[in-house]
Design a binder for this molecule. Structure first.
Ligand SMILES: [Mn+2]
Length: 271
């Protein structure tokens, strides 16, 4: 994929082709047992197939993904098989790396038929120049996280992690999640908000719209001349964003299809 910009260390790739329609969801955190978030992803995939709408998963599809062996077992294999239904129908699916599954690699792309994007994505969605990010890079006040991100994503760390046996990889991931949850509970919550400067850096790419997740808040607002949307955590409420030529609107993914939901308010930004 062609890298067209770098935003706060995140490489932004060009979307290969414009999409008249799109369905975007984020932060599914699919657990090992699948559960209701996996069922809701099934509803999203069914709607995307029915309406031939490209699907974009904006990161943290999985609660954790570390080793390449995971793509052959459990929820990771089942999710790849679910996304494969889209590929079989020639409906494109893109999976952006999140902070919990940035080790998703070519084995998952091969199994699912989805495009795995190691960073952000920019392209025309519903005729509007749109930038998609996971959103962790926007939380510039979370200095311990931003520092850890640098060594966690070092090629040597990644190569070791991706080759771990699955059982060991899952233990390592569970320990990291527990530590992160403790840090988040104990921290000054404004530290975990996107900063206004970071959102400005995203719009400095020239995109008219910005969509991200990561902070698990459902929001929309304006920043300068740009418009942004923040997707909620899909495992808490399976709400995504439907985009077409008429605009962009939040929808809930249900067994009965995509159901419109009320528009949220703006997101507070850190300084
Ligand atoms: Mn995240």
């Amino acid at each position: 994929m062609t890298v067209v910009a770098t935003v706060l260390g995140t490489r932004v790739h060009a979307l290969a082709q414009a999409c008249e329609r799109a369905l975007l969801v984020s932060d599914l955190h699919l657990p090992a047992d699948g559960g209701s978030p996996f069922a809701a992803l099934g509803h999203a995939v069914a709607a995307a197939r029915r309406e031939r709408t490209p699907l974009f998963l904006l990161g943290d599809l999985f609660d954790s993904y570390v080793a390449r062996g995971q793509a052959r077992v459990g929820i990771w294999r089942d999710t790849a098989a679910l996304l494969r239904q889209l590929a079989d129908d020639r409906v494109p699916a893109h999976v952006l790396h999140g902070n919990r599954d940035f080790l998703l690699g070519p084995e998952f792309a091969a199994a699912s038929g989805a495009v795995v994007v190691a960073g952000g994505l920019r392209g025309a969605l519903g005729g509007v120049d749109t930038l998609l990010l996971h959103g962790d890079e926007l939380c510039q006040n979370d200095l311990p996280y931003q520092r850890a991100k640098r060594w966690l994503r070092h090629p040597v760390t990644r190569a070791i992690a991706r080759s771990l046996p699955v059982a060991l990889a899952l233990r390592v991931a569970a320990r990291a999640r527990a530590k992160s949850a403790m840090v988040i509970r104990g921290g000054d919550q404004t530290r975990f908000l996107p900063t206004a400067a970071a959102v400005g850096a995203a719009f400095a790419t020239g995109a008219s719209r910005l969509v991200f997740g990561h902070i698990h808040r459902f929001a929309r607002g304006r920043h300068g001349v740009g418009e942004y949307r923040v997707l909620p955590a899909f495992d808490a409420d399976p709400v995504g964003l439907a985009i077409d030529a008429a605009g962009w609107r939040p929808v809930r993914c249900t067994a009965a299809g995509l159901v419109a939901v009320a528009e949220p308010g703006p997101c507070p930004f850190g300084n």
